[in-house]
Design a protein. Structure first.
Length: 249
């Protein structure tokens, strides 16, 4: 009896398979693909597939700007002061050794020098150059407390690379600085500063110019740097004569 049932069961299975085969279905299908053979170099010790290797993630380094963007320069003086102490394109390194400008916006006179003095620590021009500047200001009928004092570069540098500074856009920063201060008059001491703002270096002890930037025009007196004036005392007379011509009624 059991053999008859087994025979009947086999006949039913065979008939079913024949029916599917006649219908064109002669293979077994799964919803999910199944890997029957795993390459040897991808097997573990038990013949199972190794977990997929992690593909290294390549992170592209961010593009580092090489020039100050004039469109991103600060639009107010307080923000500019903070930017001045941290912006890497102004000079190499962080804030260490940088000297902040001194004075308030709208000063009657703004003085720009090339760099801070080598010995400056807490304030701008605290050494021999500062003493010379104080003497010059006294002769001009003013004092440091009444002017706005700044440098073209934020940190002392015995041999600045002025060509590199111009390429990095330091001149644009200086022009924005002057515009934000908006002084009545501007003195630039140092022949390397004038080219940054679109002028030639002064060939004489002192020359008169105009600062003209973004619609702002300010009378400009340009002269030798303080270090050069210390080494050439006679050159002070040229600054004095230019000052008298500049300020005469």
């Amino acid at each position: 009896m059991d053999q008859a049932l087994n025979r009947q069961f086999l006949d039913d299975i065979t008939a079913a398979l024949d029916w599917w085969r006649d219908a064109g279905v002669d293979c077994d299908f799964l919803d999910e693909p199944r890997e029957w053979i795993v390459p040897e170099d991808e097997q573990d010790e038990n013949g199972e597939r190794l977990p997929p290797r992690r593909v290294p993630v390549v992170v592209e380094a961010p593009v580092v700007p090489t020039r100050i963007d004039p469109g991103l320069l600060p639009a107010d003086l307080d923000t500019f002061h903070a930017w001045w102490m941290t912006e890497t394109l102004l000079c190499d390194g962080g804030p260490n050794g940088r000297l902040s400008p001194e004075g308030k916006a709208g000063a009657k006179l703004m003085v720009v020098v090339e760099t801070p003095e080598a010995g400056d620590r807490d304030r701008l021009l605290s050494g021999p150059q500062g003493k010379l500047l104080d003497a010059m200001l006294k002769a001009f009928g003013t004092m440091r407390a009444d002017i706005y004092l700044a440098s073209a570069l934020p940190r002392p540098d015995p041999v600045p690379d002025w060509r590199s500074a111009a390429t990095r856009g330091v001149g644009d920063a200086l022009a924005r600085h002057v515009k934000l201060v908006a002084p009545e008059r501007l003195i630039v001491l140092g022949g390397n500063v004038l080219p940054l703002i679109g002028h030639e270096s002064p060939q004489r002890t002192a020359v008169l110019r105009q600062f003209d930037h973004e619609g702002v025009r300010i009378p400009l007196l340009a002269g030798w740097g303080l270090a050069a004036l210390l080494q050439n005392p006679r050159a002070k007379a040229g600054i004095w004569r230019a000052w008298l011509d500049w300020t005469k009624p």
